[in-house]
Ligand binder design. Structure first.
Ligand SMILES: Cc1cc2nc3c(=O)[nH]c(=O)nc-3n(C[C@H](O)[C@H](O)[C@H](O)COP(=O)(O)OP(=O)(O)OC[C@H]3O[C@@H](n4cnc5c(N)ncnc54)[C@H](O)[C@@H]3O)c2cc1C
Length: 442
């Protein structure tokens, strides 16, 4: 499919970055600290705030500029419900842990909203609600069962939207119903990151860019981290590198793999067209396996449309063509719309699809957000920071999940994603289209 690009088109650069102020100069790397945080995304910055609050001398380092990772590239859908149903969680981790994970959803969301208010972060926070759109009748039946469990196991507000009422949310005949989380929100993800970064620096915590950790050695009760900007010694370490984890962190690379997610932004559209296609102005996400997620930009003028154009690497033009085609499948009236941006980022997937806060060889970590991290990464990053400092506020049900290895991924590079990509395209997509009913083209 041929894409028409808007004159301001910027391929490979996230739409969100155009709203950022010029980056502040990097802090120099100190020689020592109490706690070294590796990774300056939401999780690392939040870990730094928590540990600093406990009285620690904290330093944050990042391999790129702070915010280089997913935290400034994501869709800005702000919610905290576990990715998996209660029964699946019970089967994996036991009933008590499943209860704990469900119970933590509302406190995590409330805490993250409060973090934005407390630190006076202007990040276009809007309580839009988020709707999961059922692609097949079976998915809708699962949603109905899920709503019952959510009400039973948590204080989260979740509502079923019948197919007949979907027109109030989205102008398409594609979906069979939906599950609405009215308290979920929209944010501008890069502004949220920049606000967190400022909050950390305002507390006197150095955040050092271009200082990727190349080696980490423990001797006695101290760590020595060799970074691209020199050596730093620390009593404790929190690793917050999620989908960007590289050597020397082989243990984590084997358990959390980078799964690319791609996003396009349209040119500015007439407000009556936006009002027509997305009257509910919700954050929207599909239930199909290779799901798309989409929203209206905070200024109300563009469609931001994301999805798994591919599980493997793909250039911005090819990815844009794939996403554009899927977008037209939902909203044919967008045919001819020009695009302004096409970019990608790495989600950090765990094989259980659940994040984990724990320790390996004495190194604390929070990762495995599996595509849902605008709330969970800061929430669990703070938990890791508190745990590193031995503070009781670090307690979380996410320490009872597990980061496990899989035979699919014996090496550090996730070669299995090529085969998985083929499997989803050739088999799962086709089965789901057939289950969805007539009118779904390839
Ligand atoms: C395209 C896309 C769309 C998404 N949409 C949503 C959404 O709408 N809602 C939602 O809830 N979640 C979404 N997510 C997920 C969410 O963005 C992430 O879960 C979250 O940002 C993870 O934050 P983090 O701090 O753990 O990692 P990141 O923000 O990825 O930061 C990790 C950092 O670690 C650094 N690093 C790596 N190795 C080293 C090293 N050796 N030394 C120093 N630094 C290192 C990297 O440079 C990087 O800056 C999306 C993700 C992507 C990619």
């Amino acid at each position: 499919m041929r894409i028409e690009w808007a004159p301001e088109a910027d391929l490979g650069t996230p739409y969100w970055w155009s709203a950022l102020d010029a980056s502040e100069p990097s802090d120099p790397l100190p020689e020592t600290c109490d706690l070294l945080v590796i990774g300056a995304g939401y999780a690392g910055l939040s870990a730094a705030l928590a540990a600093q609050d406990c009285g620690a001398r904290v330093v944050v380092v990042d391999a790129g500029e702070p915010g280089f990772g997913a935290s400034t590239r994501n869709g800005g859908m702000f919610g905290a419900h576990p990715r998996l149903g209660w029964a699946t969680l019970k089967a994996q981790f036991g009933a008590e842990v499943a209860d704990g994970l469900f119970a933590e959803a509302q406190p995590a969301l409330d805490w993250a909203k409060n973090l934005i208010a407390r630190e006076a972060i202007t990040c276009d926070l809007q309580q839009t609600g988020r709707i999961q759109l059922a692609y097949t009748p079976a998915h809708f039946a699962t949603q109905k069962a899920m709503v019952r469990t959510i009400r039973e196991k948590s204080t989260v507000d979740a509502q079923i939207v019948e197919r007949a009422d979907l027109g109030q949310e989205i102008a398409t005949r594609l979906y069979h119903g939906g599950l609405l989380f009215p308290a979920h929100c929209a944010i501008h993800p890069a502004k949220f990151h920049q606000g967190l970064l400022r909050a950390v620096r305002q507390r006197g915590v150095p955040v050092v860019g271009q200082a990727g950790v190349r080696a980490l050695e423990q001797s006695g009760n101290q760590y020595a981290a060799q970074t691209a900007k020199g050596l730093i010694r620390a009593q404790k370490v929190v690793l917050a590198t999620n989908g960007y984890t590289t050597q020397p962190f082989r243990w984590h690379m084997a358990r959390v793999f980078p799964l690319p997610s791609y996003i396009i932004a349209t040119e500015e559209l007439p407000s009556n067209l936006i009002g027509h296609i997305a009257p509910g102005r919700r954050m929207m996400v599909e239930t199909r396996a290779r799901h798309s997620y989409f929203r209206i930009s905070p200024d109300g003028r563009r469609v931001i449309f994301g999805g798994r154009a591919s599980m493997a690497e793909m250039g911005p033009e090819r990815a844009a063509a794939q996403l554009y085609k899927i977008m037209l499948g939902i909203w044919p009236e967008l045919e001819g719309t020009r695009l302004s941006h096409s970019w990608r980022g790495n989600t950090g997937y765990s094989f259980s699809h659940m994040p984990h806060v724990g320790q390996a060889d004495g190194v604390h970590y929070a990762m495995g957000f599996s595509g849902s991290g605008t709330v969970m990464a800061p929430w669990l990053g703070a938990k890791a920071g508190y745990q590193a400092m031995g503070d009781a506020r670090g307690a979380t049900a996410y320490s009872a999940t597990r980061l496990e290895r899989s035979w699919l991924h014996p090496l550090e590079r996730p070669h299995f994603l090529r085969a998985a990509n083929l499997w989803y395209r050739q088999v799962v997509d086709r089965v789901e289209r057939w289950q969805a009913g007539p009118g779904r083209d390839g």
